[in-house]
Design a protein around this ligand. Structure first.
Ligand SMILES: NC(=O)c1ccc[n+]([C@@H]2O[C@H](COP(=O)([O-])OP(=O)(O)OC[C@H]3O[C@@H](n4cnc5c(N)ncnc54)[C@H](OP(=O)(O)O)[C@@H]3O)[C@@H](O)[C@H]2O)c1
Length: 244
């Protein structure tokens, strides 16, 4: 991917990894559009970076996804990069009374929304690149976040298919695979001991400049290259045996 001179939509671009991408893509000379559910959080970013364009939308709602696409097609038909970054992570047990309802929201946000957006945005004639944000947990589940881990395994697999399928449309598909990073994902405090987003952004921009389409860092680099035995060991480290 040529990392300058693009018009880029970053879902969830106002916080965490999305904000890191927004800031770096601006620095590199791109126009950035961000979306998310919380207007006040989007406004903090557009106040700080007046060139950023924002749109409130709840990607778990089909009508909002369609409205977002129509708005971009009408107002930013030169958009050429879609970054499917927005996601949620819920730590829960299958025995929780609200397990199924929460699982449905997580699957809708992390899976249905990006596959729907991708199917819409490839209709833009200008589209050259799709960047999907998966996870180190795509390769090995964290059982405390059982549905989240499953959504990321799905999204990883889907991204591999997209890389193959969209070649004939001349659309490059990049998989960005973060390890645990210090963001508010899953709620404040859960990821406090993880590395900062800035180190990850530095690493993945270097890899994009080198033309890589699988962008990894630390734990996710290990998981993307792991043998079956490595994956078993990683599973055991992430999910210590519970003593009854
Ligand atoms: N941090 C990590 O350890 C880690 C590791 C691997 C992968 N990832 C992935 O990286 C991506 C970004 O996560 P993050 O760590 O940066 O966490 P984050 O700061 O919580 O970012 C998630 C973003 O998604 C937006 N979002 C969530 N649900 C949405 C919805 N229904 N509609 C529109 N926007 C929505 C949020 O904005 P609103 O709440 O305002 O809607 C927020 O800006 C996620 O896909 C996550 O799975 C993170």
């Amino acid at each position: 991917m040529n990392i300058t001179g693009n018009k880029i939509l970053i879902t969830g671009g106002a916080t965490g990894i999305g904000l890191g991408l927004t800031e770096r893509f601006i620095q590199e000379g791109n126009t950035v559009i961000i979306c998310g559910r919380r207007e006040s959080v989007l406004k903090e970013v557009t106040d700080k970076y007046p060139s950023v364009i924002s749109k409130v939308c709840d990607l778990s709602v089909e009508a909002d996804r369609l409205a977002l696409y129509d708005w971009v097609a009408d107002n930013h038909s030169d958009l050429n990069v879609l970054v499917n970054n927005a996601g949620i992570q819920q730590w829960m047990a299958i025995t929780d009374p609200d397990f199924f309802e929460r699982a449905q929201v997580e699957i809708t946000t992390n899976v249905i929304a990006p596959i729907h957006l991708t199917s819409l945005f490839i209709n833009l004639k200008s589209l050259t690149t799709v960047i999907n944000v998966t996870s180190g947990l795509s390769f090995v589940p964290l059982t405390k976040a059982p549905v989240y881990s499953g959504t990321k395994a799905f999204f990883h697999s889907f991204t591999l298919s997209l890389q193959y399928l969209l070649k004939s449309n001349n659309i490059e598909v990049i998989e960005m695979i973060p390890p645990a990073l210090n963001t508010d994902l899953g709620g404040k405090g859960l990821h406090d001991s993880a590395p900062p987003v800035s180190a990850f952004i530095e690493a993945v921009f270097q890899q994009m400049k080198e033309g890589k389409t699988e962008l990894t860092f630390g734990f996710s680099e290990m998981m993307a290259k792991a043998s079956q035995e490595d994956l078993k060991q990683a599973f055991n480290r992430l999910n210590p045996v519970q003593v009854p």
